[in-house]
Ligand binder design. Structure first.
Ligand SMILES: CC(C)(COP(=O)(O)OP(=O)(O)OC[C@H]1O[C@@H](n2cnc3c(N)ncnc32)[C@H](O)[C@@H]1OP(=O)(O)O)[C@@H](O)C(=O)NCCC(=O)NCCS
Length: 288
């Protein structure tokens, strides 16, 4: 089979999107794109490359067009996701076909992806190299204010529009290795119920954050300007915490935060993408 037999599904192809949505849980049991599609979040920045059999997608590689920041420089890059083949068709070269079609579309542009532990030997066959990721945190005692910052409900179209606008016009959460305009990826996490609560610290500053095992996790921040987070932390916790962890490199939001270790859950692979040496964390809510 050649890449010419690959079906491309984009934001205009509602019927084929349904076939993609039906494919996903056959390969990734807990992952679901249906609500995200119903919310109208599939834009022209997302397309999938699939092999279809009898109207069903049997192998797939998805491509998100990204605005990636590397040391302050914005580059157009692509991120792969949902790469897989249904169990009964594995070992027939179908994933190679969709991977090659997706990479042909990406051309010479930088490409990144987050893999899972079972396929670490798969991506190097396509020119990808592993790149470590780190976790950042800070020891700080925070007592709850008694009233949490108001939660934003992303099932409301208006709220999603505002989030997408903040992600587009606001300051990037990190400029070391991060992304801008990834609002439609963040809404995917909310649609799939994988996101922590989204709270409004200010009208123009929204944050995905939540407490787990006594640690406040600040996953992502969408704001028009950088400000001191410390006075706001008490409105993000409902119990005392002694530690804050960041879902991104916090050089802007908490200069001097510690590298608390390697992020062993993140198996980042890159291709045509030169990254600085030194620790960083690609924002968790910009990953596909
Ligand atoms: C990994 C996976 C995508 C491979 O799909 P497949 O259709 O069986 O792969 P192909 O038959 O097209 O194989 C393509 C190449 O990768 C190799 N390969 C296949 N599975 C591999 C694995 N798990 N690890 C390393 N190499 C692998 C094949 O030997 C083949 O090599 P070659 O073409 O260089 O000779 C498939 O097992 C899968 O869907 N797994 C579950 C979902 C998943 O984990 N996806 C990755 C998300 S990050």
């Amino acid at each position: 089979m050649s890449t010419s037999q690959v079906v491309v599904i984009d934001h205009r192809a509602a019927e084929l999107q349904a076939a993609f949505c039906e494919y996903v849980p056959r390969v990734f049991r807990t992952v679901d794109f249906r609500r995200w599609c119903a919310w109208g979040e599939w834009t022209d920045e997302y397309r999938t490359f699939g092999v279809m059999d009898d109207g069903r997608v049997v192998a797939n590689a998805s491509v998100s067009r990204m605005h990636v920041l590397v040391e302050g420089r914005e580059v157009v890059a692509y991120q792969l996701g949902a790469v897989g083949c249904v169990p009964e068709r594995r070992g027939q070269g179908l994933s190679r076909v969709v991977m090659e079609a997706a990479l042909e579309f990406c051309g010479d542009a930088p490409v990144l992806l987050f893999a899972n532990k079972k396929v670490l030997e798969f991506y190097p066959r396509f020119g990808f190299a592993p790149r470590e990721q780190h976790e950042f945190g800070v020891s700080v005692s925070v007592e709850p204010a008694g009233v949490l910052a108001p939660e934003v409900d992303l099932s409301e179209a208006r709220a999603r529009e505002e989030l997408v606008a903040l992600a587009a016009d606001g300051v990037a959460v990190t400029e070391r290795f991060g992304a801008r305009r990834h609002g439609h990826i963040a809404t995917w996490y909310a649609a799939a119920n994988f996101a922590r609560p989204l709270r409004k610290l200010r009208d123009d500053a929204w944050v995905f954050a939540g407490v787990e095992d006594g640690v406040l996790h600040i996953e992502d921040l969408y704001a028009r300007e950088v400000f001191d987070l410390r006075p706001h932390l008490s409105r993000l916790v409902d119990q005392p915490v002694k530690e804050v962890r960041f879902g991104f490199t916090p050089e802007r939001w908490w200069p001097g935060a510690d590298v608390v270790g390697e992020d062993t859950e993140a198996d980042l692979f890159v291709r045509n993408l030169k990254l600085p040496t030194g620790p960083d964390r690609f924002p968790v809510m910009a990953r596909t």
